[in-house]
Structure formats: structure tokens, C-alpha cells
Design a protein around this ligand. Sequence first.
Ligand SMILES: O=C[C@H](O)COP(=O)(O)O
Length: 259
Amino acid sequence: MPAPAPSPVLLGVSLKMYFGHHQTLNWSRRIAALAERHPAVTSGAARLFVLPTFPALVPATGILAPYGVALGAQDIATEDSGPYTGEVGGPVLKEIGCRYAEVGHAERRRLYGEGDTVVAAKTAAALRNGLTPVLCVGERDAADPADAASRTVAEAERLLGGLSGAVVLAYEPQWAIGAPEPASADHIATVCTALRGWLDSHPRHAGSTVIYGGSAGPGLLTRLAGTAEGLFLGRFAHDPANVGAILDEIRSPAPAAVA
Ligand SMILES: O=C[C@H](O)COP(=O)(O)O
């Protein structure tokens, strides 16, 4: 019997608030061109998603979705509708074609005071609206890998307690975000393996994926050798050539032999 096909590698990009509107759309066109022709994407070995700013979501969907690149929001309201000035709710995100909603990023925790209660409520809002939460977890200060793993698993358990559904767990050690280098491959492998083990023992989260973010760029996927199921990219995806270089690291399935 042939071995089952490996799961696709998931590559996400958050553009945070770095780009202007037209810059976002120009970048999206270059990513669409890459997705259209790169064998890792066309073979299904890699799946891409992009989280632009809210105003770019609709036009970026028009550019990227035809090439199989999924879109998502960088935030989601805890409530679905009502008097919540400035918020964007899950039903609207779903209606405009989003597949993902990011929750719990360290910047929202640090700069906007979001704590576990809000992060858990936003995760619930995403799931309730048929969106996959990209739930960011990770220790604040550098710790040894085993300690980071137990703290991060406890965090995932806390935030997902009582919820069901597939999630993307983005392991983002806070000290590695915006840094010159990512965490070490050993560190990432220890934590991602622990998160994977936790998910595997919780069937209510079947279909979930564990990815790594925090100064991730070309070369990291190779060093991780499958211990993370993908990457969550920030600054190092601003140059689409880097996204191409990361896709080059993903082995596409060999074409079927001709008898
Ligand atoms: O959302 C993405 C992460 O926070 C990583 O950002 P960074 O690669 O610029 O450190």
C-alpha cells in the first residue's frame, strides 16, 4: 500500500500594519503570481494564507483567492453584532470570504491589554462563525525549551478549554517576535512537538495545525525538519522572493511514474 501523502505545509503571513493599501495589493499580486506557478502550491504540498489589514481584505481576496491563497483577519470582535464601535465581527469576516481570524497575538496583548478572557472569547467567536482561529501562544521571556513547552501547552489548554473545532496553533515565543533571528530549531521542535501531542490527545480539535512564528524566514523550515507543520511569517515575507525561497524548501510530491 502506498504511504499516505504528507499533510501540506501551512504558510501564513501577517502583514500587521506595515504596508499602505496599494502596497498591500501590489504585494498580493506578486504572491498570487507565485501561487499560480510554484509547484509546492500547485501540487498541494503547501497551503498559503494571508492576513492583511481590514480595508484590504476584500480586494486582496479578489487577487489571491483564485490561486488558492486563503485570507483572514488580524483580529475579530468577541461579539457578533451590535453597539461595538470600531470592532469587526465574525459574521462580516465570513461574509467577505475570510477563512481565518488571528487571536491572541503578543502585540495585542501587550499594546491593547488583551488577556486570556478576551483571547478565549475571540477564539470562540471565530469558531462560532466558521472561521479557523490562528491562536498565538508562547512564552513571554526566553526560557529553556522544556519549560517553554509546559507553559505553552498550559496556555493552549487554558484558552481552548470548553471549545471544540480545528485551530491553527501559532507558537510564537514573544521574545522571538521582531528579533533578528528566530528561536533555535531545537527550542521550536520541543514546543511544537508538545503542542502536537496535546492536540492529538484532544480529538475535539482534530484537524488542527501547529505552526511557528517569530522572525521566521528562508531556511527555517529545512532546519525544523517537519517538527513544525508550517510557519507564520511577518517581516521576512515582505519581500515575495523570500516567500518563494521558503516554498522552494517544500518538497512537492514526485510525479507518478509512467508505466
Ligand atoms: O505575526 C507574525 C509574527 O508576529 C512574526 O513577526 P516577525 O516575523 O516580524 O517577527
